[in-house]
Write a protein that binds this ligand. Structure first.
Ligand SMILES: NC(=O)c1ccc[n+]([C@@H]2O[C@H](COP(=O)([O-])OP(=O)(O)OC[C@H]3O[C@@H](n4cnc5c(N)ncnc54)[C@H](OP(=O)(O)O)[C@@H]3O)[C@@H](O)[C@H]2O)c1
Length: 321
């Protein structure tokens, strides 16, 4: 298949492009920067410069590329400072999940693109009642905390518009496996505490496993939503000390809820105390996907307990002549 990867230079995109090529697909990859797009050639992709928020440019790029499938992996979180007002940190990503998705779906429709797969998210979204682990059929949180209402709504918008168009939304767990992962510094510096009883459940997925599931989703008929997460959703009080130990950091501090509310805000408290995890049963059953890292326990150790250079998937910078 000829596949257009929008957001090919990112954490997931740089793993997805080689995986697609390995499976025999032809890849066109996008970046907003000409330099970064050119460097996609080293991964085997045909480069295109594109801003997914420019609807006209999207139409032209899709028409010119003539893809049979589009993958929307564009987010704007890499250099973002996560504030207590999550909606502010996610504003541009939310735009990409709304306007970017609209532009890509419209262009796909016009160009007769058969398959569409988009990045969604599993954590912080499911209703905070009942059991700790949720399937795609379980209800989403009807009352997201105030600080992340727009972010929740943008993810739901993406899920609904992609599936209404016959596509597949992948609710990934929290990505890990990149040496510059934004989670690592706060854990190393003991700035990521266990809040209250630390009972909020997180689902993780190694970037390589996320890429493999994405290829399988592209080869599958939609519409559908899949949780793309590992086999072991776990409360913060379990996974955070393990990550700290793998990184050689001191054990995480413990904060009472009231203190965390003051310093980190309600979204952080919700994540630390009441968030639900996600089940990967449907992705395994329908996509035939088996994560190589069944649990973050082995994945964290494999990704972070060795020198960063060995795990780097950054796009290589061409040598100067
Ligand atoms: N994904 C999430 O929901 C989420 C949530 C919390 C934390 N994080 C953390 O954030 C970090 C990176 O996140 P990520 O993997 O989602 O993204 P990423 O590695 O930053 O990749 C984002 C991709 O989107 C592209 N992009 C950005 N704006 C675009 C636009 N206007 N038009 C077209 N493409 C655009 C970027 O390409 P160019 O810059 O080359 O144009 C890049 O390829 C990780 O540490 C992750 O754990 C992610």
């Amino acid at each position: 298949m000829r596949v257009l990867v929008v957001g090919a230079t990112g954490a997931i995109g740089t793993r997805l492009v080689p995986e697609l090529i390995h499976r025999g697909h032809e890849v066109i990859g996008t970046s907003r920067s000409k330099d970064k797009a050119e460097r996609l050639r080293t991964l085997g992709a045909e480069p295109v410069v594109l801003d997914a928020l420019d609807a006209r440019a999207v139409r032209e790029a899709v028409a010119a590329a003539e893809p049979e499938a589009i993958v929307h992996q564009a987010t704007a979180l890499a250099d973002v400072r996560f504030s207590r007002r999550l909606d502010r940190s996610f504003a541009q990503t939310n735009q990409l999940r709304r306007e970017g998705t609209d532009a890509l779906l419209a262009a796909a429709r016009e160009a007769g693109v058969r398959r569409f797969v988009a990045q969604s998210f599993a954590n912080l979204r499911y209703a905070r009642d009942g059991g700790p682990v949720k399937t795609e059929d379980d209800p989403l949180d009807p009352f997201p905390v105030k600080a992340m209402r727009e972010t929740s709504a943008a993810m739901t918008y993406l899920d609904e518009s992609v599936t209404a168009a016959g596509g597949i939304a992948l609710r990934y767990g929290s990505f890990y496996g990149a040496p510059n992962d934004g989670l690592l510094e706060p854990v190393r510096k003991r700035l990521f505490p266990i809040v209250g009883d630390g009972g909020g459940v997180s689902s993780f997925v190694h970037l390589d496993d996320a890429a493999a599931a994405t290829v399988l989703a592209l080869e599958h008929d939609g519409p559908a939503i899949y949780n793309v997460v590992d086999d072991e959703p776990a409360p913060v009080r379990e996974w955070l000390p393990v990550l700290a130990a793998v990184l050689g950091a001191k054990p995480p501090r413990h904060f009472p809820v009231w203190l965390a509310l003051v310093f980190a805000g309600e979204a952080a408290v919700m994540m630390g105390t009441h968030s639900r995890g996600a089940s990967n049963a449907r992705a395994k059953r329908e996509l035939g996907w088996t994560p190589r890292y069944a649990s973050w326990r082995e994945g964290f150790a494999e990704a972070y307990a060795r020198p960063p250079a060995a795990t780097s998937t950054a796009i290589p910078t061409p040598a100067r002549t």
